[in-house]
Ligand binder design. Sequence first.
Ligand code: SF4
Length: 238
Amino acid sequence: MQQRLKPLEIKRVRKDYPQVNYVKEGIQYIELNRGCKRQCEFCWSDPNYKVFPVPKIESNYVQIWGENILYDPDIKEKIIKLGEQRVNKKVVYYGLGQGVDYRLIKKDMIKLLSENRIGLINNKKNWYKRIKIAWDLGIEEEGKIKSIIDLFRSCGYRYVGIFVLVNYKVSFDDCLYKLAKIKQWNCGVDDCPHDCTKRQFIPTYWEEKRYRMFRALCRDHNINLGKPKEVKPNSSHN
Ligand code: SF4
């Protein structure tokens, strides 16, 4: 197995900067919180967790940034407040691109996300009732991952996407096992290479040819999974 020559040095603490809040091409990008307290050894999230107030909502499509929104002590109140917002007398749809931490979420929170239109938004301003969770740890987490998928589905999230960390200590074979489970559960998959990008792959724990093979399998799986139903803003929704 190919390894990096230099030891990995993760510098998590970032320079402070103002709360993200801007509109680009009709989508508003906001932060409610920043960073993550969990400090997983492979992750760059800032452990100095910060929280921000709900900013003025100006678009019917809002993308929420924040690595782990569930550490925010006021997250429930913030989500309710987001759900109450109207722009041009229409409801607002929210995207949570970085997913949720399955170890912190319970059914009441999933219901709250569902009731307040928290899903995924693509750059064409299409909103989907989808959610993402990460299966970064080993295959022994299978039972917990499956239970949380079931909980999301019981709250109306038929599509659940799973981030799978690759090029790290979980082996290629174990990641193939995860992919087989993801197929069996009819979920989407997003392979996340450790410490590099999908385009500019840097081998740390996996050889590049294995990563390319795994990526191709993930792509094939997602194509075969079909497209979820799109929802447009409608003032009759709440
Ligand atoms: S829970 Fe997620 S965001 Fe937080 S440190 Fe771990 S990988 Fe990073």
